[in-house]
Design a binder for this molecule. Structure first.
Ligand code: SF4
Length: 375
């Protein structure tokens, strides 16, 4: 049901090129903690750089072996000349690996100067004050690329546009949970992938049309019999493979917590007063990334999401060498054990090997159906 979104993702280079042909600029972002409202207010198209799961032979020469595959993959794309359309890049301080990666990218990616956005790990008043100063520096960087100032009106408009998109995405997430919903996990992944490369207003229009089609579609009663699962993880492409394997194993993905999934849309920016203040508040208090404190906040929010969606099991995708996600693991385990939710954890090796992934998913679904304990 979501082929137009899949097509937009495949056409991402031509979309960026068309934007540039019209005199626009394009900035790549790393992680959903980069406030895209600022980039849009500067009239720039933000494009999220994500792992494409290709060879990482060249980036290994520049990055330590113990860095996560996601960052190796991103540098590989730059070294291969696949990101030449970028006029800049914003690297967020979502974890310590990204901090080191920024320096390597800056020296070796062969692309215009990137910006490193410091993001406080806590959300108090002091942290917000500091973050606003950082956002102002980021704004200056973007103004340099755009060649024009970011006005307060443009910021309010960008917040409104992003909020409208979040509301549509939330409608999609809510519809997926409903009984007999025809929306599969793969449909949601396609919608999200398109969101990473399209101008936000265009994505919102496509999503409205898609949701109208979903509302008019007949109820799919067979899907109600399926085991309900939530996916938790980082990369949207890995979750695509897992969603498909889960559906083939007779399950149904009803919720997620992905960097660019639910974490992107669950809360809107409260645009009251100064827009910089509103953006800072939002990014410091939205559902956090695993590297943020207190760490229990994420574990508790995740277990609430899983319970609310009626999921019987949870699939946790862990990128190799990703410390923030691994640190979260014991806390999440405690939180979901209390709620008697079953957990399957998968690493990159499990996901790249199609046969192994299929077997693991089938076994997991069977264990839930037979009510066996899985941790
Ligand atoms: S959070 Fe994990 S996957 Fe993301 S950049 Fe950091 S180490 Fe890599």
């Amino acid at each position: 049901m979501s082929v137009e979104f899949e097509k937009a993702w495949e056409d991402r280079k031509s979309i960026a090129q068309a934007w540039k042909n019209n005199g626009g600029k394009v900035v790549g972002t790393f992680n959903s903690l980069i406030p895209e409202e600022l980039i849009c207010a500067a009239g720039i198209l933000p494009i999220e750089i994500i792992s494409l799961d290709k060879s990482i032979a060249n980036s290994r020469k520049y990055l330590p072996e113990f860095l996560c595959p996601y960052l190796k993959d991103c540098l590989e794309q730059a070294l291969a000349g696949d990101l030449e359309y970028l006029d800049g890049a914003a690297v967020s301080h979502a974890c310590e690996s990204l901090r080191g990666f920024y320096g390597v990218w800056r020296k070796n990616a062969g692309l215009p100067e990137p910006f490193f956005l410091q993001i406080p790990a806590t959300a108090g008043e002091g942290a917000k004050h500091y973050f606003i100063l950082e956002l102002r520096l980021f704004g200056k960087y973007l103004e340099g690329i755009a060649g024009k100032p970011i006005t307060t009106d443009a910021l309010h408009r960008a917040i409104e546009e992003a909020n409208e998109n979040r509301q549509m995405l939330k409608r999609l997430y809510t519809a997926r949970e409903q009984k007999g919903s025809p929306i599969s996990g793969s449909d949601v992944v396609n919608v999200i992938k398109a969101r990473l490369v399209l101008p936000i207003a265009r994505h919102t229009d496509m999503l409205k049309e898609y949701l109208d089609r979903v509302d008019a579609a007949p109820v799919d009663a067979e899907r109600d019999e399926r085991v309900r699962l939530t996916i938790i993880g980082n990369c949207v492409l890995e979750s695509a493979a897992v969603s498909q394997a889960a559906e083939e194993a007779g399950a149904r993905i009803v919720a997620d917590n992905l960097c660019y999934g639910l974490r992107l849309c669950w809360e809107t920016v409260d645009d009251a007063g100064d827009p910089m203040d509103a953006i800072a508040r939002h990014y410091l208090t939205k559902i956090p990334c695993p590297g943020k404190f207190p760490m229990e906040t994420l574990a508790n929010k995740l277990s609430d999401i899983v319970v609310k969606s009626g999921s019987e099991g949870m699939i946790w995708i862990i990128d190799k060498f990703c410390d923030p996600y691994l640190f979260q693991y014991p806390m999440l385990l405690d939180a979901i054990r209390e709620k008697e939710i079953k957990l399957l954890s998968l690493e990159d090796g499990d996901i790249k090997n199609t046969g192994r992934l299929k077997l693991k998913l089938e076994a997991f679904v069977e264990m839930i159906q037979s009510d066996e304990l899985v941790y």
